[in-house]
Write a protein that binds this ligand. Structure first.
Ligand SMILES: [Fe+2]
Length: 366
């Protein structure tokens, strides 16, 4: 979180490093982490559990109100971090570490460590895919750094979950997970300057970035024992049903089913992730965008399986509404994904489909 000290203004407010914050201190400004995960209201009294959670989520500093009068302040509803999420986060971070080493080995030695990738797909990522609440945990574990590796792991997990929902199992499902891990491996051959550029890419940089699909194909095509389906899935993951994709501008009938699954996983993760040049949007908004575009760009049968399952995953999630209140998702919207029925912390039921002036601002706990 980046708060300018000058913005704080009043004498009663001071910026503290988190390590200097102690229980009993009162938050002086609403707190939103860079990746929008945890929001604490102004006036929340910190306790040990809250401070621990702030450390856990990587908050480094926050604005504290030095006054002693606590009247009129809102007490945030505690949002516990479950043991499952902690375990998921640990496994997830280890998977990212191994994948980042694989990218290094491609970048500097031109070598895809296939056995290691297969092991990662069959063990670590499969475990993530099979853990209860996987789509919710994914929503919570994101960090801004290491986007490429994190994105590859996310796409791999989401593709595995989606593959399962479609009905794939056994070696086919493992190949889909492997395709997800490898789908952007061609980016290891893109200059770091372009790959890590924080601003929006220029047209020629975008063109260079788009070569990653073909670069990935070239890295993988001659590896013995790697199924053709995986190689083709990597090559075609940016093809679109209406022929508007790249590199081959294939139309829907010619795109490999694995590539169609990766495409849906890819767009969902890219849109729900934090990017420096674009604020993150909620999964509800992403689902709605996907529902609108699905008939043009994504395979409707793949997309509809994804949308119908994911919408149910977020029943029970805790969100912050645009009016500042916390609320729980009670049931998904009948017509619009972004407008479910919610219950606020004080027990009021709100149907966002009929109360158009209120929107979901953040997901606090997926
Ligand atoms: Fe890609």
């Amino acid at each position: 979180m980046n708060k300018d000290k000058d913005d704080v203004g009043l004498n009663h407010y001071r910026q503290y490093m988190l390590k200097n914050v102690v229980p009993g201190m009162k938050i002086g400004q609403p707190l939103i982490t860079d990746n929008g995960k945890i929001v604490l209201h102004e006036g929340t009294i910190l306790n040990e559990a809250l401070i621990k959670r702030l450390h856990y989520w990587g908050v480094t500093e926050l604005v504290i109100h030095d006054g002693s009068d606590t009247s009129g302040f809102f007490q945030a509803v505690p949002i516990p971090i479950s043991q499952e999420l902690q375990r998921f986060t640990k496994d997830y971070q280890e998977t990212i570490k191994v994948l980042s080493q694989a990218f290094q080995s491609v970048r500097y030695f031109n070598e895809v460590p296939l056995n290691q990738m297969r092991e990662l797909a069959n063990d670590s990522v499969s475990n993530l895919v099979n853990s209860a609440g996987v789509m919710n945990h994914l929503q919570m574990v994101r960090h801004q750094d290491e986007y490429t590796f994190q994105h590859s792991v996310n796409v791999s997990v989401i593709a595995g979950v989606l593959g399962k929902w479609i009905g794939y199992q056994g070696p086919e499902l493992q190949d889909i997970i492997l395709t997800g891990l490898l789908h952007d491996i061609g980016k290891a051959k893109i200059s770091l300057e372009v790959l890590n550029k924080p601003e929006k890419l220029l047209a020629e940089e975008m063109h260079l970035m788009q070569t990653h699909a073909t670069l990935g194909y070239k890295l993988l095509r001659n590896i013995p024992d790697l199924p053709d389906e995986v190689v083709v899935g990597v090559l075609e993951h940016h093809e679109r049903m209406d022929g508007s994709g790249y590199p081959l501008k294939l139309d829907g009938g010619r795109i490999h089913p694995y590539a169609k699954i990766i495409a849906v996983a890819d767009v969902y993760d890219a849109m729900t992730s934090d990017r420096i040049y674009r604020p993150k949007v909620t999964p509800f908004f992403v689902l709605e965008m996907m529902a609108q575009k699905m008939f043009d760009e994504y395979d409707p049968s793949v997309c509809s399986v994804f949308l119908s399952h994911v919408r149910d995953c977020f029943v029970g999630s805790i969100v912050q509404l645009s009016d500042g209140r916390q609320a729980e998702i009670i049931s998904t919207g009948q017509f619009l994904f972004t407008r479910p029925v919610v219950r606020t912390a004080d027990g009021e039921f709100i149907d966002l489909e009929t109360n158009k002036e209120i929107t979901i601002a953040y997901v606090l706990k997926a």
